[in-house]
Design a protein around this ligand. Sequence first.
Ligand SMILES: Nc1ncnc2c1ncn2[C@@H]1O[C@H](COP(=O)(O)OP(=O)(O)OP(=O)(O)O)[C@@H](O)[C@H]1O
Ligand SMILES: [Mg+2]
Length: 454
Amino acid sequence: MKRVLLIDDEIDMLNSFQKILSHYEDFKISSVYDPNEALEILKKEKFDLVITDLKMKEVTGLDILKFIKKSSPETEVLMISGYGTIEASVEAMKEGAFDFLEKPFTSKKLFESIDRIFYESQSRTGSEEDSDEKVVEGIIYKSDKMQQIIDLINKVASRKMSVLITGESGTGKELIARAIHKLSKSSLDPFVPVNCGALPEHLFESELFGHERGAFTGAVKTKPGLLEFANNGTFFFDEIGDMSQALQVKLLRMLQEKKIRRVGGQKEIEIDVRIIAATNKNLETAVEEKKFRKDLFYRLNAIQIEIPPLKDRIEDVIPLSKHFMKELCNRDDRPPRQFSEDAMKALLSYSWPGNVRELQNMVERAYFLSSSNIIHESDIPLANTKSSSRLEEQMMHLSYKDARDKLLERFEVEYLTYYLKKNDGNVTRTAEDCGLDRRSIHRLINKYNIIYQE
Ligand SMILES: Nc1ncnc2c1ncn2[C@@H]1O[C@H](COP(=O)(O)OP(=O)(O)OP(=O)(O)O)[C@@H](O)[C@H]1O
Ligand SMILES: [Mg+2]
């Protein structure tokens, strides 16, 4: 039995809620229309769920929420708000309301929200403990494929061999390079990343190797290069495929002789760095096309680590999403947010062409766009486009009649709630806007059990 308390200072609302909630056989429902009395009841009795209106005279839904979260924090609160009260709703979420529903909404929406409250609070305690996501040097993963990569980097980290990391953009190549460095014996020495495509060739050369005074116009002082700076540490060549042929020769010489010469200099400087290179291009093809030196390729490729695209290690999607969301909430000192079941399904069915970076951006946008403690499918900006096509795919498995009814329901509910909201629940004006009579509007409201307020 779940104990549920309904609070709304409008008797009509209270009655319709009570009727709708009779759907749940295991609910023991109490209802009260005087919020002061509600506080008295809450002092004496414990509830699993309190559904309260936000805007009431004297005592508001927020006061009730705060009281509950102080006296009985495990009681979940579902806040119902009227029209255009977004700010207050946001505050409600901050104060710990589990969810809020803004009028007008259908009884179906209400059921979804309640199901989520009881489902999520169960899964929250369950999943946190038995979740087997792993973290190694900031790398979040769960898939066997990533486990193999982690095992590999643990092995290569202690040996000073060159590593070539390949993988699509955003798969985490730089993160892996840093992890190898941190797990190595030279973790306290520098890790120096450079992007091989970022600078014109002559500048890049003097950046890498340094230059002597007067080596070229503008070289007013002798300057050691980044490779010298990285001595004993790790040098990370990002986008190695973009390196010019001339520099490829110089890099190869450095790898063979473990010495470099500054631009315009004679002296040879001993250098001992581990080279990690990364590319999202196919270097083998570049070698075949003579754009990349074969001998350098084999030097760099002592160990190759290929990071699979995110869609090929789908088990990592949920742990990563949860991790990024947790980071944002912690950063802003906000209560944790969960992904709803359908949101998780949407995340899992997306193909992630931009890999982990795209996922990270998506979570960030969802975090800003949604003010609810539950991230729903509709809050996920990317998976959205995909999910609407999924709906059409689903339709194809239905009979003609069922598919049509489903689409019609979606249309009627969205259309009607849009105009009810626009007109603050006024049926007469909604009817005018829609070009229907009031009776038809009421018929639709009843058909879908739309909860609204005039
Ligand atoms: N397994 C992971 N766990 C946590 N964060 C990750 C993971 N993989 C990638 N990231 C994050 O995703 C973002 C992109 O990763 P990174 O820059 O390492 O990718 P990349 O392969 O170098 O991409 P590009 O080819 O576009 O340079 C970074 O913010 C990184 O921290
Ligand atoms: Mg990168």
